[in-house]
Design a protein around this ligand. Structure first.
Ligand code: ADP
Ligand code: MG
Length: 402
């Protein structure tokens, strides 16, 4: 199943944009309110913006839960250094609720203080991978600064979409299409063509999965400028970008995902109540399908991959059992490179170490399957063994649903 894409914060996204040559504001990230004054002084006025750094959009229109954080949202203009400090004191540590967070919100542990821009217009631009055409695709709109899904729903004609042929790359005509989509002419159109090419090349060079600039602004003095940056990277390509990998913020990730990554396991959280330990993406998909076929829903998928050791299996088992949603566990392994006896021994050791409070069904097939089954049968543990995938799915669904 491979690792997911990785999100980064706005301030990191702007670092990346700066590196590839896209215009962004100067800013300083802070973790403590006591750092706000020095940061604001260093940047200089007359206008600053104090921006909450959380992995969720809609911060500007968000609301803090704590009254002490004040009425304003998660992106605040400040007209003096004192105002920067006051806002930093209010916002840091408070919980921001946006349309992309849960009702509990997200705690703001970091602020980005940046130069305020004089905005003439707010535009929208993003780059994604179009799964239908298998190409890198631009989305552009004159309606920036608001939620683009809403714009696309209400006024689809205002959202322009076009693909880039990988053989030609970003051509001057793409620049013209982009400028037209954004309603830009003259020198701004020239800037737009240049920016489009920078973003496209950067998207490829950094193995991005998604790049969204909302808003891209036209400043009062006629410059195109990236005012927000939301970037995610292809998890399967991160190994070749250690500088990007270093931007990972584990506090923004599911704890179980972080733990899984440490052991080279892929973990995907889902909404059901059956925890699944499988090997390989194909088997994960069929396991999910067959659980659904028998009327239940998987709580997650933990793909132990091909070369898992006993330690990996123990770690995987601990991750599965630490989830309160999990009312039953299905281990479904086809032993190829991964040997069934290793899985079996890992499972038995894990159960002995962390206990087993929910039913466990094990289906093993492939290399050393007899040894594996023998280890489980002789363990004295209360494990339900299954002969094939169908049998296994029925047994775990029955055990969970009673
Ligand atoms: P979000 O999308 O999470 O709400 P943004 O970074 O897009 O956060 O900020 C929300 C709005 O705040 C922007 O649409 C823009 O109007 C304003 N804003 C953000 N950064 C600045 C800045 N540096 N200068 C002036 N206004 C800004
Ligand atoms: Mg935005």
């Amino acid at each position: 199943m491979g690792p997911h894409s990785m999100n980064i914060h706005e301030y990191q996204g702007k670092q990346v944009l700066k590196e590839i040559g896209a215009p962004v504001s100067e800013g300083i990230a802070i973790l403590k309110a006591s750092e706000a004054r020095a940061a604001a002084e260093k940047l200089g006025g007359p206008l600053w913006v104090v921006k909450s750094q959380i992995h969720a959009g809609g911060r500007g229109k968000g609301k803090f839960i704590e009254e002490s954080a004040g009425e304003k949202g998660g992106v605040r203009l400040a007209f003096s250094i004192d105002e920067v400090v006051e806002n930093a004191e209010q916002m840091l540590g408070a919980h921001l609720v946006t349309e992309q967070t849960s009702d509990a919100g997200k705690q703001v542990n970091r602020l980005y203080i940046e130069h305020g821009s004089d905005i003439e217009r707010e535009l929208y631009i993003s780059i994604i991978i179009n799964r239908e055409t298998s190409r890198v695709s631009f989305i552009a709109s004159t309606e920036g600064g608001m939620d683009i899904e809403g714009v696309a729903h209400d006024t689809p004609e205002k959202v322009i979409n076009f693909d880039i042929d990988p053989a030609t790359g970003f051509q001057p005509h793409h620049g013209r299409t982009l400028s037209k989509a954004l309603g830009l002419s003259g020198d701004l159109a020239k800037q737009c063509g240049k920016l489009g090419k920078i973003l496209y090349n950067g998207f490829l060079a950094k193995d991005m999965a998604m790049l969204e600039i909302n808003p891209l602004i036209v400043t009062e003095d006629g410059r195109l400028h990236c005012l927000d940056a939301k970037i995610s990277f292809d998890g399967n390509a991160l190994y070749r970008h250690p500088d990007i990998e270093a931007m990972r913020d584990e506090t923004e990730q599911d704890e179980k995902e972080v733990e899984a990554e440490k052991y080279g396991l892929s973990y995907v959280a889902l909404d059901g109540n059956i925890g699944c330990m499988v090997n390989g993406a194909g088997l994960a998909m069929s396991t999910m399908d067959i659980i659904k076929l028998y009327g239940a829903e998987p709580a997650n998928f933990l793909d132990v991959g091909g070369g898992a050791t006993k330690e990996n299996i123990i770690a995987a088992f601990k991750i599965l059992t630490s989830d309160d949603k999990v009312k039953g566990i299905l281990i479904n392994i086809f032993g190829g490179i991964m040997k069934c006896d290793i899985i079996a021994q890992g499972t038995v050791d894990a159960v002995k170490e962390v206990g087993l409070k929910v039913p466990l069904v094990v289906r093993l097939e492939g290399t050393n399957v007899e040894e594996g089954k023998a280890i489980i049968d002789n363990s004295g543990l209360n494990v339900i063994s299954a002969n094939d995938l169908d049998d296994a799915a029925q047994k775990i669904v029955k055990a969970v649903n009673g």
